[in-house]
Design a protein around this ligand. Sequence first.
Ligand SMILES: Cc1ncc(COP(=O)(O)O)c(C=O)c1O
Length: 385
Amino acid sequence: MKRNTIDQLEAILTDPDLRVPFFDGKTAYYSRQEEIDTAIQKVLSNGDYINGSEVTEFASNLANYLDVAKVIPCANGTDAITLALMALGLGKGDQVIVPTFNFIAAAEAIALLGLEPVFVDIDASSFNINVAELEKQITTQTKAIIVVHLFGLAADMYSIMGLAKKYDLFVIEDVAQALGGTYQGKKLGTVGHIGCTSFFPTKNLACFGDGGAVFTNDLNLAKRVKMLANHGQAQKYDHQYIGLNSRLDTLQAAILNVQLRGLDKAIVERKEIAGGYHQSLKNVASVSLPKEDQAHTYNQFCILLANRELRDQLKSYLKENGVDTMIYYPKPNHLQPAFTKPGYQLGDFPAAEDTCERILALPIYPHLDNEKQTYITKLIVRFLK
Ligand SMILES: Cc1ncc(COP(=O)(O)O)c(C=O)c1O
């Protein structure tokens, strides 16, 4: 695309086809169309739609990429967390700690299994779990911590693993938004006892539908997860556990084998776009920018505005000018009606509650044009001037 001046872009962006969507799923396909078409065609002509060879191949490719002993593909990221929790063999009423500022999946999986989600506030500067607050919530019933590396930034795994050791707790890492990121030289998801991810289309490593995986270096846990994902079967019709039917489709695995080859490059592109936002918005007094960190994979780029009113006005202004944004997340987990019953209430977790009022996610994905990004930042600067 030839470079356009901002004025030209503003004119162009009144064309609905050329607006800046929050996420553009099609570019992931068109940028690797030939390889993806070939991979899909192969599955279609083989007819091995369930547990085809591409699924085993993908498990092995991802294990190599992560440098982890076992990867068990499954149907989606929520199932991955559910399977990880099931494999730990926790009992009814056991407590699992989880950050309240998060997508609902982890808390939902905990509660569905009859376990008790115990919410913890975040550190507002990283959006990740506040480790000092975490320790305060540990009781004799606490059995596990679900760490979420939110928006692509690693949580403080050193301190978390220290607490896990001190109190004998399992650590589940949810890397749905941070796959490909590292922590002190190790791939995220392999620092704790068991890692979970989603391949939802907006993720760093994405398929064209639903998908997920669990990974671990613990061979016993891996064996259990594998059985649990397949109706608890040790072998066909020998059901050792009550499990799930949670499979990654062969077609999605074939797509993921192609996408995995481009994961590191896609993360570099995300970092470049994040760098562009940092550069253009660093002097805008009323915006706070996410942490700059070499290992951040920027699955999302979330800014904070001074207050809710300003955030909502900026969101509307960007929308009027053709730019879609999202609010991740409008409400912390502990204030969701599903979780207010156990007694959680407004004021319990001030950092998370305040963040929900002020946060705004800007478009960030590989192949987002420089020109379009410049247009977004110019709009923000103009609005906030
Ligand atoms: C942090 C996190 N965990 C888990 C999930 C659940 O993944 P899925 O939608 O594949 O079930 C998501 C999905 O958005 C997520 O962002």
